[in-house]
Design a protein around this ligand. Structure first.
Ligand code: C5P
Length: 393
């Protein structure tokens, strides 16, 4: 699928650079030509000789090397796609600032080719507000993120910041080289459950896993959309190339969605709690001997889908889900009218859907109903993303 494509691989300074040569082999096996730029930091972890042997091309390191005096422009123009693997915290910071302090950062400023980065760093560095701001800036600029994921680090600790495996980075580069019909579109996705506190240690929630919403966010990003994923507490990893905003309550989810506007489309896949406890207790409710069980008074939560559907900054396409156990399509049609959204993806949750791997969808629009076969959630996501791309074409 990458036959004839020219991939410029920038290897920056992280111990994960040891995976870069394996990526070169995978890219070449797909038919791509690969040229490597090795930063000073990258050269601490992988040698020029290794990359030269595997790319069968000279490796570029020095902005000021005589033969490379206008090399940065030539390299920037040569690339069909640029992959920064690994992308260190410093590399992301230089990219976000638009600094041109070495050959790699200068080429990144000079290229018009799409750029994918595979970050690799310690969890504290990945979570630092400076890195968060740099990532948000780069995402808004259209840079695609492959990972990072959570897992063991080189140091004896674990957390977000671990680089994806070469096979996963290859898939991200292939997606970048594939059709990008949603490039330039901003899409808001909600996913997961909400947690509504009873007191500082207890909450009301539901069994939503976030699998479907996260898969949709990833599928939209793979088609080139800038995606803001507003997610309740889930154990799903952040989908590659997506800006994730983590919330707990329905009211926080609504605020995060409104803050993300304007958007071209909103996909409300979250299982938002309909009610919250009217008065969250400031202290843990105590079980006193002989006392009655407490009665919880409930209050209505905001309906995020309905709010977005009538918002002053209403996205052009608003899509909701309807989890039903009977009269699935009839209830979905009523919901479409009631909430004022454009499409409803109705699914029968009497079967093993919550937390499961598959979903049977009926796409309900004002034009009619489309019945999809039972599909893995990843396929449902890909189909929906393709339908959204068609709606915007
Ligand atoms: O009304 P019901 O919960 O069945 O509607 C489901 C749809 O509405 C889903 O798309 C869900 O994300 C959305 N929803 C919402 N805010 C709520 C309740 C549901 O956005 N408070």
């Amino acid at each position: 699928m990458l036959a004839g494509k020219r991939i410029l691989l920038i290897v920056s300074g992280s111990v994960a650079a040891f995976k870069a040569p394996a990526l070169v082999r995978l890219l070449r096996a797909e038919g791509a030509a690969v040229m490597a730029i090795l930063t000073a930091g990258g050269a601490r972890f992988v040698t020029r000789e290794t990359l030269a042997a595997l790319t069968a091309q000279p490796v570029h390191q020095d902005l000021w090397a005589a033969e490379e005096s206008i090399g940065h422009i030539k390299l920037a123009r040569w690339a069909d796609a640029v992959a920064v693997v690994p992308a260190s915290a410093s590399m992301l910071a230089r990219m976000a600032q638009g600094l041109a302090t070495d050959l790699a950062s200068t080429v990144l400023l000079a290229t018009r080719a799409p750029v994918v980065v595979a970050p690799a760093m310690n969890p504290a560095m990945w979570e630092h507000p400076a890195t968060r701001a740099n990532v948000a800036k780069l995402l808004a600029r259209g840079v695609r993120f492959a990972g990072p994921t959570s897992g063991p680090m080189a140091e004896p600790e674990s957390g977000p910041g671990r680089m994806l495996e070469p096979e996963e980075i290859l898939a991200a580069i292939q997606a970048l080289s594939g059709p990008q019909p949603l490039a330039g579109r901003h899409i808001l996705v909600t996913s997961g459950p909400t947690q509504e506190p009873i007191d500082p240690v207890r909450y009301i929630s539901n069994r939503s896993s976030g699998k479907q919403g996260h898969a949709i966010a990833g599928a939209l990003a793979a088609l080139g959309a800038r995606v803001t994923l507003v997610s309740g507490p889930v154990i799903q990893p952040d989908p590659p190339g997506v800006e994730v905003v983590k919330v707990e309550t329905a009211r926080q989810m609504l605020a995060a969605c409104e803050a993300a506007l304007p958007a071209d489309a909103a996909i409300c896949a979250a299982a938002v709690a309909d009610w919250r406890v009217a008065q969250e207790a400031g202290q843990k409710l105590k079980k006193e001997p002989g006392a009655e069980a407490p009665t919880l008074a409930m209050a209505l939560n905001p309906d995020i889908l309905a709010t977005l559907s009538t918002h002053a900054q209403r996205p052009a396409l608003v899509v909701g889900f309807a989890a039903e156990t009977e009269k699935v399509v009839a209830h979905a049609q009523a919901k479409l009218a009631r909430k004022g959204c454009d499409w409803i993806l109705a699914n029968d949750v009497s079967a093993d859907v919550f937390g499961g791997e598959e979903n049977t969808i009926h796409l309900v629009t004002r034009q009619g109903v489309e019945d999809w076969p039972r599909l893995p959630k990843s396929e449902v996501a890909a189909r929906l993303a393709a339908r959204i791309a068609k709606a915007f074409s």
